[in-house]
Design a protein around this ligand. Sequence first.
Ligand code: SAM
Ligand code: SF4
Length: 476
Amino acid sequence: MTKRLYIETVGCQMNVLDSEMVVASLRKLGYELTMDQEQADTLLFNTCSVREHAEEKTYSQLGQLKRLKKQHPEKVVGVMGCMAQKDQQSIFARAPYVDLVVGPGQLQQIPELIQRVEDGERNQLAVGLGRKDGSLAEIKRSHETFDPLRDPSMRPTPFQAYLRIQIGCDKFCTYCVVPSTRGPEQGRPPQQIYDEARILAEQGCKEITLLGQTVNSYKFVDGDTTTRLADLLHGLHKIDGLERLKFVTNYPKDMTYDLLQAVRDLPKVSPYLHVPLQSGSDRVLERMKRGYTVADYRAMMARIRETVPGYAVSSDFIVGFCGETEDDFQQTVDLVKECRFKNSFIFKYSERPGTKGAERLKDDVPLEVKQRRNNELLAIQSAISEEDNQAFLGRTVDVLVEGPSKRAIKKSNQDDPVLQLTGRTHCDRIVVFEGNRRQAGEILPVTIYDATAHTLFGSVVTQAFTLQIAARKPEL
Ligand code: SAM
Ligand code: SF4
């Protein structure tokens, strides 16, 4: 009998991938997806703990299920992901309508746990071991994921997929919950990664984004052989059908010269590097225990500049971290101006229970100051992004077409094949242009005629210009 699953995913790309796995395992049992909570037999919330705001939103959504669960006690409600691992048993106390709480390393147990709830055993809890709750091998095993099972219909588009190469994190930045919610850092065996990439390519996937919390720290040791990210890129590059390879998120200290050479020498690898800086002040970086200085980051930027033509670097920042002064913040502003990131994700510091930051440092920057710094940095970054995007006017870029743009989806006329499409350059810049919906999945040359901070606007180069294109130097 067909059952219906409602699944809601927030947070990072890891969560998007995790949801793909869970949907695949439930489809095998006859589940179909629904967007309607009332229709669903099972409702799952894949959650994020990185900032308090994300958790509060999930708790409020769970609260709204009270009425539904009262009317239909047979519906199964589950919380999975980082918040499940972090809050564990206390989720049942705070949201009594929840039937199961499942950590990121236990997602393969979801079908069995749902069955137990249906058999009358409520409050099912399955989570990974804490950092001190066993031997390293046991802890690692309890955070492993079950990636080979996948469900193509859950991907952002049919020709783009995430591929996890690393689980967990051992960096322990003082503000961050990830090392406890995702467990110890472990690289997946290269053979598993190649096999999964081949399956994805056979399914028509053209772009793979390799995922890891510090993806460029990837390491797998087998006897005398150590495999690093650069080796993986060389191996993946040989897979027919794949046209683009990206990897996120990078750790500044591990952006080695050989990795940058691989980015330069392998045409399928995007010269796009997401390398969070977090702060431009050494004092703050030290308090964050990021393990590098501003000078280290500058040296990394110089290595990228010298090695990778047409590179684009993006970054993350936390403003208002414990003890951040106006002078510290000004140093961040100066570094953003100097580095000219393609874009930056800027967050207000959110104290997270269980982290060293929460235990040892005072969250002493008032919210309005955090907000002002956030706005100021965002405005500076936007001005830089807009200026740098203007340099694309008149240039032709290769765009992997993702599908209809948000605007086109809103005023969708299913019968009209010509509509506004969106896609990305090799450097991850968003491009919007008119095209045919059949062109989704193709890589097309697009000439840019307008640019804002976030978007390039262009026209597809038509047949008449083909000879000109053949003569042009490839643009990034
Ligand atoms: N592993 C990645 C790294 O090392 O950069 C990112 C992990 S985290 C999920 C994504 C971003 O969230 C971080 O780069 C940081 O800027 C931000 N973040 C993490 N913890 C935070 C906190 N407690 N408050 C505000 N922002 C936070
Ligand atoms: Fe969190 Fe730092 Fe690990 Fe990134 S490197 S996941 S910010 S602890």
